[in-house]
Design a protein around this ligand. Structure first.
Ligand SMILES: [Zn+2]
Ligand SMILES: [Zn+2]
Length: 361
């Protein structure tokens, strides 16, 4: 469905449609064939609500239309799932890079409890991926997305921010969106709000009657600054991302029973070893080293200075000792994901997963 259609709906209708979609999705969730665990992105990308775009001639608009059952995903890898009863889960909403890969949305990792979801980075596509993931994790429902931590301001990590600021508001988010990030984050948000002045004017004064404009609370973090959100403690720490230094962060998230570290974009750095230090889940960027060797020299030099090869990550993981290593921000340069895994394994034999959009850990 195009945005113009959703613009014309009264808010109450939107909420009703979304509620119906959720109810149908819940029924689907109780059917084993519809589990979201490690579902491939393409079939899972269709949101559960009947408003979802659907290929082919099927009428997409009628609110009473039953949701189409999601295609059965491949059998999940039990080793990749969160431990049974885990109160803190990791959901990959985008494992891609600036390269527009339809199977990988832009960078975004969610750390989720039953009560809330914290997002790390705002790559393009995150709101739609979160909506798909909300079938298994209700806290990722679009109207419940209220906290995002930016690792740095590279556009692949921020292009989804205006989507996150506005789309959840359109579908009913009343609470402010809290945006945390390094210096520069406040100016980014301020200018985005200005850019959408006309949209705010029409949505708040026209027949849509969506009340006050989208409220955004920005907090720029210094290194080692800590934020508490519900039962989660989030600490920013500096990483090594070339010309972005010193304003490139990783985040350590302490939940009720698990510690998660999100690397952001970084070359290999001791800061990851110190922040993880036996953490439960380390979500770390990686590029394929053998494939990288075939790139032009200038490109090679850039990636070596700004990013971490899978082989370097294996050596790093051996020092950081995560309970589980999850690769994201995948720069494959034409290689297969299995090649990344093989390079990591040269230095690290622990549980390791090449991230896939919508996988839960
Ligand atoms: Zn990036
Ligand atoms: Zn970057």
């Amino acid at each position: 469905m195009c945005a113009a259609h959703s613009d014309e709906r009264p808010r109450s209708t939107l909420r009703g449609v979304i509620a119906l979609g959720r109810a149908l999705a819940l029924v689907a969730l109780l059917t084993p064939a519809c589990t979201e665990e490690d579902a491939p992105p393409a079939p899972s990308a269709a949101p559960p609500a009947p408003r979802a775009a659907s290929p082919g001639p099927a009428p997409p608009e009628a609110p009473t239309e039953p949701a189409r059952p999601a295609p059965a995903p491949p059998a999940p890898d039990p080793a990749s799932a969160p431990p049974p009863g885990a109160r803190t889960r990791v959901v990959l909403l985008g494992t891609g890079t600036p390269i527009p890969d339809p199977e990988r949305a832009g960078p975004c990792t969610a750390v989720v409890t039953d009560a809330r979801a914290l997002l790390f980075d705002a790559g393009p596509g995150l709101v739609r991926r979160a909506t798909a993931a909300s079938r298994a994790e209700p806290a990722l429902g679009p109207e419940r997305l209220e906290h995002v931590f930016l690792t740095h301001l590279h556009s692949d990590h921020t292009v989804g921010l205006p989507d996150l600021m506005r789309t959840p508001w359109v579908v009913g988010r009343a609470a402010p969106l809290h945006v945390y990030g390094p210096p520069g984050t406040a100016a980014l948000v301020e200018h985005l709000e200005q850019a959408f002045t006309e949209d705010t004017r029409v949505r708040t004064t026209g027949l849509e009657a969506q009340g006050a404009g989208p409220r955004v609370a920005v907090r720029e973090l210094g290194p080692d600054e800590e934020v508490r959100v519900g039962g989660l403690r989030v600490r920013a720490f500096r990483v090594d991302h070339g010309a972005w230094n010193p304003n490139a962060y990783g985040y350590r998230v302490e939940g009720a029973e698990r510690v998660v570290v999100v690397s952001g974009d970084t070359a290999p750095t001791d800061a990851i070893v110190e922040a993880c230090d036996g953490c439960d889940v380390l979500v770390h960027e990686a590029y394929a080293e053998d494939a990288w060797r075939r790139l032009p020299e200038g490109t090679r030099r850039y990636h070596r200075a700004f990013h971490t090869s899978a082989r370097q990550l294996g050596a790093l993981a051996a020092r950081a000792r995560p309970g589980k290593l999850v690769l994201t921000h995948l720069l494959l340069f034409g290689a297969e994901p299995a090649a990344l895994l093989a390079e990591v394994r040269e230095g690290w034999a622990g549980p390791t997963f090449v991230g896939r959009d919508l996988a839960r850990h």
